[in-house]
Design a protein around this ligand. Structure first.
Ligand code: PLP
Ligand code: COI
Length: 367
C-alpha cells in the first residue's frame, strides 16, 4: 500500500462497445474463454510507490518491453472466479474473498507484491458492474473473471521484479467441456508430474500450467478430456487434474479427496464441496489415494462415483481413466447420483435458488 492509501479508480468507458444484438449472439453459445467483454482493469505497482494508476478502460492490447521480466522468468499469477445473476438480475460473486486470499498467497510464493484483498475485490466488482450486460442469463452460463498479475520491470537480472501490472479481464462462458457426454475421461500421466514438494503446486502461477501442457496434449491424443497427475515422489498418489481437484465417492457413503500439502491447488470449489458434504453428514476424508487402489476399487464396485471440480469445470463426473497399462471405468461411465446432487446444490447456491448458509454469495453493489 502506498502512503496515500488505496488508489482511486479512473474510469473511461469503451467508446465503441459491442452492440447489444451482436453481444446476444455471442452469449447464445459462448463456449469457454473466447468471448470477451468491453472493459478491463489495470493497477500498477512499483517498489517505493505502492499500488497506483488504478483504471477501468476499454479492453485492448497492452504494450510491453521485450525485456519485461515476465517474458523471461515467468513471474506471473492468476485467479479464476465467476459472476452470476441473482434472481432479481443483480450481479453476484461466489466467495471472492477466498480468491483474494489465494491471490495473495500465490504472490507470496512467487516473491511478488501482495495486492490488498479489498483492492482485489473492488477491482473485480468494478469490472463486473461496468460489464454486467455480459453475464449470461441464469442457467445459460456465467461471467468468468480472470484477475492476473505479472512482473513488469524491464530487467534481465534474475530477481523478484520491482514493478508489477495487475489486471482483470472477463469472459462470458458456458461449459468448460464440449460434447455433452455424461462423464469425462482422464489420462493418468506416468511420464510427467505437475508439482514436487517445495515447488509451486499450491500457487496459481502460469508456469504450473505451462508445465502441464505436454501431459494435457498426450491426454488429448489418447482421446481423453483431461490429464490426472500422480505425486512426484512415489508416482502413485493421485493429486489433481490439469485444472481441477478430484473427489472419490464410496459404497459406504464416504468421500475422499487428496490432502492439501503444497503440491495441489487449494481449490475454492473443493473447499465448498467438502463443506456442503459435511453439512449433510457425509464423511469426507482428506487422504492420500493411490492409482492402484483407484483401479481396484473401480473394479470391485467399492468406488461408486468420481468427479472433478473447479471454477471452470464446476462439478464434472469422471467416467473412465486410461493408463499405459489399460483403462477402467467408474460407475458404468455415467454421471453419479451424489455427484449430480452436490453439483445441483453448489450451482443452486450460486444461482440464488438454494439457501446460502455460509454466506458465500457476494452481491456486487450498484455504482
Ligand atoms: N486445481 C487446478 C490445477 C486448477 O487450475 C483449478 C482451477 O482453478 C482448481 C484445482 C480448482 O480451483 P477452484 O475451485 O478454486 O477454481
Ligand atoms: C479455473 O477453473 O478457474 C481454472 O483456472 C482452470 C482452468 C481449466 C481454466
Amino acid at each position: 500500500m502506498n502512503d496515500m492509501g488505496p488508489p482511486r479508480f479512473a474510469t473511461t468507458r469503451n467508446a465503441t462497445p459491442v452492440e447489444a444484438a451482436q453481444r446476444d449472439l455471442l452469449l447464445a453459445d459462448p463456449g469457454f474463454g473466447r468471448v470477451f467483454t468491453d472493459h478491463m482493469v489495470t493497477i500498477r505497482y512499483a517498489d517505493g510507490r505502492g499500488w497506483h494508476d488504478a483504471a477501468v478502460t476499454a479492453r485492448g492490447p497492452i504494450s510491453i518491453d521485450p525485456a519485461c521480466s515476465v517474458l523471461h522468468y515467468a513471474q506471473e499469477i492468476f485467479e479464476g472466479m465467476k459472476a452470476y445473476r441473482a434472481a432479481d438480475g443483480a450481479p453476484v460473486l461466489f466467495r471472492p474473498d477466498a480468491n483474494a486470499r489465494r491471490f495473495r498467497a500465490s504472490a507470496e510464493r512467487m516473491a511478488m507484491a501482495q495486492l490488498p484483498e479489498d483492492l482485489f475485490i473492488e477491482a473485480v466488482e468494478r469490472l463486473v458492474r461496468i460489464d454486467a450486460d455480459w453475464i449470461p442469463a441464469a442457467g445459460a452460463g456465467s461471467l468468468y473473471l480472470r484477475p492476473f498479475m505479472f512482473a513488469s520491470e524491464v530487467f534481465l537480472g534474475v530477481k523478484p521484479s520491482s514493478e508489477y501490472l495487475f489486471m482483470v479481464i472477463a469472459s462470458s462462458v458456458g461449459g468448460y467441456f464440449k460434447g455433452g457426454k455424461p462423464a469425462i475421461t482422464l489420462w493418468a500421466s506416468e511420464d510427467f508430474t505437475r508439482a514436487a514438494p517445495g515447488g509451486t503446486g499450491a500457487a496459481k502461477c502460469g508456469g504450473n500450467y505451462a508445465a502441464s501442457l505436454l501431459a494435457q496434449a498426450q491426454a488429448t491424443e489418447k482421446g481423453c478430456d483431461q490429464v490426472v497427475f500422480l505425486d512426484a515422489v512415489e508416482r502413485k498418489w493421485v493429486e489433481e487434474l490439469g485444472g481441477m481437484n478430484i473427489f472419490f465417492l464410496f459404497d459406504d457413503g464416504s468421500m475422499i479427496t487428496p490432502p492439501l500439502g503444497g503440491t495441489i491447488l487449494p481449490g475454492i470449489t473443493r473447499d465448498s464441496i467438502i463443506t456442503l458434504a459435511r453439512d449433510q453428514g457425509i464423511e469426507v476424508r482428506e487422504e492420500r489415494y493411490s492409482i492402484d487402489q483407484w483401479r481396484e476399487d473401480a473394479a470391485s464396485g467399492r468406488l461408486r462415483e468420481c468427479f472433478a471440480c473447479g471454477t471452470a469445470a464446476v462439478v464434472t463426473p469422471i467416467g473412465e481413466v486410461k493408463t499405459t497399462g489399460g483403462s477402467f471405468t467408474i460407475g458404468g461411465a455415467q454421471a453419479g447420483e451424489l455427484t449430480m446432487k452436490l453439483r445441483a446444490q453448489l450451482t443452486g447456491i450460486q444461482a440464488g435458488t438454494e439457501p446460502d448458509p455460509h454466506g458465500w454469495l457476494h452481491r456486487v453493489a450498484r455504482d
